[in-house]
Design a protein around this ligand. Structure first.
Ligand code: GLN
Length: 417
């Protein structure tokens, strides 16, 4: 229905990057309404991961087109949306940097809603400095988006983040406190053919050798986050998508499934057991994060977190950022994913998001960067003969910070590239 449709106006993010001098070269493929983890639910067919086209692996989703365009060198940076991992997962699979900002910092005006309380617009690029450059342009209050965060709250978060940032030595990361959440290492990561665990260890020892303090932390509600996410996202989708006329527009199989699931979760019989429970879990997930971070959550913090008379934040204990693998596997082969039929085990697709959804439920900034540089990967791909295939594919590591500490999250990765 929308094939020949041209929008009469630009989204705020598009306007901001264009005004800053960027050239928009095209629109990229994504799963219909942003629903998916593999970029297979699209009228245009799936995006093939450009890392090694012959292998026919998924680029990840839903913003797989954006990640692939950056990975293939078609553009310097790409915009994408991330509701539960749609920037970070494709960034991880394609070997590029992907950043989901704190919820509410970047305007959603002009963006098709999937789940209003979770949707964010973010950036994909080859390296962190390019992400920073684009993010600086789009990180602005927008009157047209009712969920856009006001200047006062932005400034307050910045004061706290700066206070933390000033405590580390930026040459060698001494003073930076990194938490590794125990719950982010599910059994899938332990199989001997999975290269993610050893790469993560390598990154952590690198950060430690640079002077950062690494400690283990616990986020006990993580195990409920994926189920809560799919209930909330589907419920909100069933509401957001009701503005489209399903008879005229039609929806793909995955979108229809989400509308049905979401409508059910909001129905009188299921509301308490599904939707309300999921909201409770969402609060538990937020509480887990707030407990471990040194910086308070300025969206919810009470007056005990007020600034002192000099306008400075009081020093506190806790960690500055969390680090964990972005995904439980490298890019999956497309051959089984192409089969968009009811027999496919779609639960496997949902499980891909297990490590990205907690930060989405809590609205936190999260940055996925390749654990190995693209040059390392290209070298290993060309001398792949004696290595198992899995070890050659990119995989990302995620850095997550307290709400509003977006700059801090990006600075914390400076030792990694
Ligand atoms: N894969 C998740 C979903 O289908 C996340 C999608 C997204 O972030 N847009 O809901």
């Amino acid at each position: 229905m929308l094939r020949d449709f041209t929008s009469p106006f630009d989204a705020t993010v598009v306007r901001l990057v264009s005004n800053a001098g960027a050239e928009i070269i095209g629109k990229t493929n994504c799963d219909e309404f942003g629903m998916g983890s593999l970029n297979i639910h699209s009228i245009h067919g799936p995006v093939v991961n450009p890392f090694q086209v012959e292998s026919q692996r998924a680029a990840g989703g839903s913003s797989g087109g954006s990640a692939a365009a950056v990975a293939a060198g078609l553009c310097t940076a790409a915009l994408g949306t991330d509701t539960g991992g749609s920037i970070r997962l494709p960034a991880s699979y394609c070997g590029v940097v992907g950043f989901k900002p704190s919820y509410g910092l970047v305007s959603r005006y002009g963006v098709v809603s999937y789940a209003d309380s979770l949707d964010t617009v973010g950036v994909l690029a080859q390296d962190v400095s390019q992400v920073v450059q684009v993010f600086e342009q789009i990180n602005k209050y927008d009157y047209n988006d009712p969920t856009s965060i006001d200047e006062r709250t932005r400034n307050r978060a910045q004061i706290f983040a700066k206070e933390r940032y000033n405590l580390w030595n930026h040459e060698d990361l001494k003073g930076l406190r990194i938490g590794v959440p125990q719950e982010y290492f599910p059994s899938e990561l332990s199989s001997s053919s999975n290269p993610i665990l050893s790469s993560t260890r390598h990154v952590l020892s690198l950060l430690q050798s640079l002077g950062a303090t690494i400690c283990s932390v616990s986020l006990p509600s993580t195990k409920y986050a994926l189920s809560a996410y799919y209930v909330i996202a589907s419920a909100e989708a069933s509401s957001c998508l009701s503005r489209y006329d399903g008879v005229q527009y039609g929806f793909g199989r995955e979108v229809r499934k989400r509308i049905l699931l979401g409508t059910y979760a909001l129905s009188a019989d299921a509301f308490d057991n599904y939707f309300l429970q999921a909201q409770r879990v969402r609060q538990l997930v937020r509480d887990d994060f707030d407990r471990v971070f040194s910086m308070p959550n300025v969206l919810y913090a009470d007056s005990s977190f007020s600034l002192n008379e000099n306008g400075e934040a009081a020093a506190s204990t806790g960690i500055d950022v969390l680090i964990h693998p972005s995904a439980i596997r490298t890019a999956p082969p497309l051959e089984d994913a192409r089969n968009d039929s009811s027999e496919r085990d779609t639960l496997q697709d949902y499980v891909q998001d297990v490590l990205t959804v907690p930060a989405s439920l809590a609205g936190l900034p999260a940055l996925s960067i390749p654990m190995r540089t693209t040059t390392d990967l290209a070298d290993s791909a060309s001398s792949a003969s004696n290595k198992p295939e899995e070890e050659n594919w990119p995989i990302g590591i995620s850095v997550v910070g307290q709400w509003g500490s977006d700059d801090l999250v990006m600075k914390a990765t400076s030792g990694l590239y």
